[in-house]
Write a protein that binds this ligand. Structure first.
Ligand code: GMT
Length: 376
C-alpha cells in the first residue's frame, strides 16, 4: 500500500510509534511517506521504501500564528497526487487528523482514506480544551477509522467525544531486540554507578503530567539509606524546578541530569529499576521500553498504565501523588534482589507475550485493508 504517515517529529511516544510502524511497513513492501515539519528523530531516512516530505510554513507578517495545519494539508495533498497515496495515517488528532481530512477532501476524485491513531494527550488535554473540543470530535467523526493505544484511551475518547464513536484499540509495541538486557553497556553503567550501587532511571519530557518532582521525592524517600543513584533522562518545562527540588531534598549529588538522549536502550538496560509516577498516561511507552530492557516499573495506577504494568508482577502501581506508596514499592525492589530479578524476567516476558511489533503490524495492515473492503 501507499501510506502517508503524519506525526510529531519531536521526542515523544507518538512520533516513536509512527516511525517504528512506518519503517516496519516499508520493510514489508509498503511505500511509506512521512510528512512533517522535521524528520522524526527515530526515523532512519535510509530505510528502503521510506520517504520524508518536509512541510514548509511561511511566516507572512500578517500571520501572528503561522497556519501549520494548512501547510500540512497542502503538502499532504501534493504527496497524494505525486505518489498515489491510498491511506493517510494521522498520529495525534489535532492538527494531524484534521489536515489529513482536508487533504483527503481536496482530492475527492481519488479514493484516499484517513486513519487516525489517538495517543492520549490529543484527547485528554487538547480534546478536552474548549478551544479544540468540537473540532477534535468532528475530526474523529470524519476519520475513516480511529484507533487508540489502550482500552482506557478508547473509553475516555467515547466518554469525552461521544458514545457512538468507534475506537479500536491497537496497543503500542516495542523492538524487543533493541530494548533488551543484552544491550546493556557495562562502561555506561560504571560511569554512573560505582560497585554495589543501584541505578534507577526515569525518561520523560518533564511536563507537569509526568510529575517529575514525584520521581525525586520517591527516590529520596526510598533510597535514603541505600546506595543508589538516579538517572533523569529528558528535558522539558519542569527541568529547572525539578533540579531545585533535588537540591531541597538534599539528593543533588545522587542525581544525574542527562538531557535528551535519542537512543536510550543501552543506558536503560544498564539500570535496575524504572520510575514513572505520571498524573496520567494513555499507555506509557517509556514503561514498555523499560520492561523490554528487563526493568521492573514503579508507576501510578492511572490511565492505561495498568494495561502495561501488572501490579505485584512486573512492578508496583500506586495512587497518583502517593509518595509513600511509590517509595515503598521502590524500596522493596531495591533491597530484595531476588524479587527484583523475578519482576525483571516477568516484565520482559509480558513484553514478549503482548507487545512485540509483529502482531501489532499485522493489526494495522488488516485495518488499512479493511478501509477498502469495508471490513476493518
Ligand atoms: O505525553 C507525552 O509524553 C507525549 C505523548 C505523545 O504524543 O508522544 O505521549 C502519549 O503517547 C504515547 C505513545 O502512544 C503514550 O505512550 C503516552 O502514554 C502518551 N502520553 C500521555 O498520555 C500523557
Amino acid at each position: 500500500m501507499k501510506i502517508a504517515m503524519v506525526c510529531h517529529p519531536t521526542h515523544g511516544g507518538s512520533g516513536v510509534i509512527a516511525s517504528e510502524l512506518g519503517m516496519r511497513l516499508a520493510k514489508r513492501g509498503h511505500e511509506v511517506h512521512f510528512v512533517s515539519h522535521e524528520r522524526p528523530f527515530r526515523l532512519d531516512p535510509l530505510t528502503f521504501g521510506v520517504r520524508f516530505h518536509k512541510v514548509h510554513v511561511s511566516s507572512y507578517p500578517l500571520f501572528r500564528y503561522p497556519p501549520y495545519a494548512l501547510a500540512l494539508a497542502n503538502q499532504l495533498s501534493q504527496v497524494i497526487q505525486d505518489h498515489d497515496i491510498q491511506v493517510i495515517h494521522a498520529h495525534y488528532a489535532i492538527p494531524h487528523s484534521l489536515a489529513g481530512i482536508l487533504a483527503r477532501n481536496m482530492n475527492a476524485d481519488r479514493n484516499v482514506k484517513v486513519m487516525t491513531t489517538l495517543h492520549g494527550t490529543d484527547i485528554t488535554l487538547i480534546g478536552t480544551d474548549p478551544s479544540y473540543t468540537d473540532i477534535t470530535r468532528w475530526a474523529m467523526q470524519e476519520s475513516d477509522y480511529v484507533t487508540g493505544v489502550s482500552d482506557w484511551l478508547a473509553e475516555v475518547t467515547r466518554k469525552e467525544l461521544g458514545g457512538d464513536l468507534f475506537v479500536n484499540t491497537i496497543p503500542n509495541a516495542v523492538d524487543a531486540e533493541v530494548f533488551s538486557r543484552d544491550q546493556a553497556c557495562s562502561e555506561l553503567r560504571e560511569r554512573f554507578a560505582s560497585q554495589g550501587e543501584l541505578l534507577i532511571s526515569h525518561v520523560s519530557n518533564f511536563r507537569p503530567v509526568k510529575r517529575t518532582k514525584d520521581v525525586l521525592k520517591t527516590f529520596a524517600l526510598a533510597a535514603q539509606d541505600i546506595p543508589a543513584r538516579l538517572l533523569m533522562i529528558g528535558d522539558g518545562p519542569e527541568l529547572i524546578s525539578a533540579q531545585a527540588e533535588a537540591r531541597e531534598l538534599g539528593i543533588q549529588d545522587r542525581v544525574e541530569w542527562l538531557g535528551i538522549i535519542d537512543e536510550t536502550a543501552p543506558l536503560l538496560a544498564g539500570t535496575d529499576l524504572f520510575l514513572l509516577p505520571s498524573e496520567s498516561e494513555s499507555f506509557g511507552l517509556a514503561a514498555l521500553e523499560a520492561m523490554a530492557s528487563g526493568l521492573p516499573v514503579i508507576a501510578t495506577d492511572s490511565g492505561g498504565i495498568p494495561e502495561v504494568v501488572v501490579d505485584g508482577e512486573t512492578g508496583f502501581l500506586s495512587p497518583v501523588g502517593d509518595i509513600e506508596s511509590l517509595a515503598r514499592g521502590t524500596r522493596e525492589l531495591l533491597v530484595n534482589s531476588e524479587k527484583r530479578n523475578q519482576f525483571s524476567e516477568q516484565a520482559r516476558q509480558r513484553v514478549m507475550d503482548l507487545f512485540r511489533w509483529a502482531p501489532v503490524i499485522e493489526r494495522y495492515e488488516q485495518a488499512y485493508e479493511g478501509l477498502f473492503s469495508g471490513g476493518s
